[in-house]
Design a protein around this ligand. Structure first.
Ligand SMILES: Nc1nc2c(c(=O)[nH]1)N[C@H]1C(S)=C(S)[C@@H](COP(=O)(O)O)O[C@H]1N2
Ligand SMILES: [Mo]
Length: 199
């Protein structure tokens, strides 16, 4: 039996694609931001990884671009119920970024220019499931959608995909981020409809 990547199944026939429960399709690309759009020039952008012991490691734009890049085709699902199919991105997988980082952390708190944060189990960022992306739809990622660099974690609701990413903090225990403190589900799996705290 052929193995079909869900990202490609039903291409051109997306009306019949299975969506997570309670989601509907959109073809435009809504913008959802809790803040004004921070405008970060590429040569000022940096990503700081802070280990559970407080050690820091930094990547500049050039450092990031020197790492192997992957193309990603993925469906994205916002908790406000829109889903968008076959979105195309380019970036560095979190596996690549953390390849030579040894850690006892179980969780990560991602943080953004502008102050947004969101938490994830480390296992949801590894194993080919998450990327640090700088291109969308064949073009540089627009600032409105998180450019120069955002996190992309398509298997979780899109609030976990922090725009304007500038920090990853490795944690020995979980710590809720912005929406998680405000009553959103701690994990956010759209297929389990993990929308709000008590789902
Ligand atoms: N820094 C930051 N990242 C963020 C947000 C935000 O407000 N600030 N909103 C989240 C939410 S709720 C969603 S649905 C997506 C929206 O991404 P988009 O504006 O590119 O559609 O970004 C997520 N990442
Ligand atoms: Mo969202």
């Amino acid at each position: 039996m052929a193995v079909v990547n869900r990202g490609f199944e039903g291409r051109g026939n997306s009306g019949e694609r299975e969506l997570p429960p309670g989601q509907h399709l959109t073809t435009d690309f809504p913008v959802l931001s809790t803040s004004v759009t921070p405008l970060i020039p590429k040569d000022k952008w940096e990503l700081t990884l802070t280990s559970e012991t407080g050690a820091e490691r930094r990547w500049t734009w050039r450092d990031l671009r020197a790492l192997p890049t992957e193309s990603v085709v993925a469906d994205i699902h916002c908790v406000t119920r829109w889903s968008k199919l076959d979105t195309t991105w380019e970036g560095v997988s979190v596996d690549t970024l953390l390849a030579d980082v040894s850690t006892e952390a179980t969780h990560v708190l991602a943080s953004s220019y502008g102050g947004y944060t969101t938490n994830l189990p480390l296992t949801d960022l590894l194993g080919g499931k998450a990327w640090i992306v700088h291109r969308y739809d064949g073009k540089d990622l627009p600032a409105l959608h998180g450019g120069p660099v955002r996190l992309l974690v398509p298997h979780l609701y899109f609030w976990k995909s922090a725009k304007w990413l500038n920090g990853l903090r490795l944690l020995r225990r979980d710590e809720p981020g912005f929406w998680e403190r405000a009553g959103y589900h701690n994990h956010g799996d759209p297929w389990r409809e993990e929308r709000y705290e008590f789902d």
